[in-house]
Write a protein that binds this ligand. Structure first.
Ligand code: ZN
Length: 74
């Protein structure tokens, strides 16, 4: 049985989805954004890195299906 995030409904602990780590019933994608928004420093750094990797949008919103980082510089 697949467990899903209670916020965004993405399947948890998917090997193809770096943001699907189970954080107590919600995915890291959602939890990380909430923690970063609240100013929790380790999450701010982690989320910023995931934005650079293309896992999140510029505002920290997790993408449901990870997209390859753009091949264009900047
Ligand atoms: Zn989620």
């Amino acid at each position: 049985m697949v467990r899903v995030c209670e916020i965004c409904r993405r399947p948890l602990d998917s090997e193809q989805d770096a943001l699907s780590i189970d954080c107590g019933g919600n995915c890291w994608g959602c939890v990380g954004q909430i923690e970063a928004d609240s100013g929790y420093e380790p999450s701010v750094r982690q989320v910023a890195g995931e934005i650079r990797q293309g896992l999140r949008r510029q505002d920290g919103t997790p993408r449901l299906t990870p997209e390859a980082p753009t091949s264009h510089p900047n």
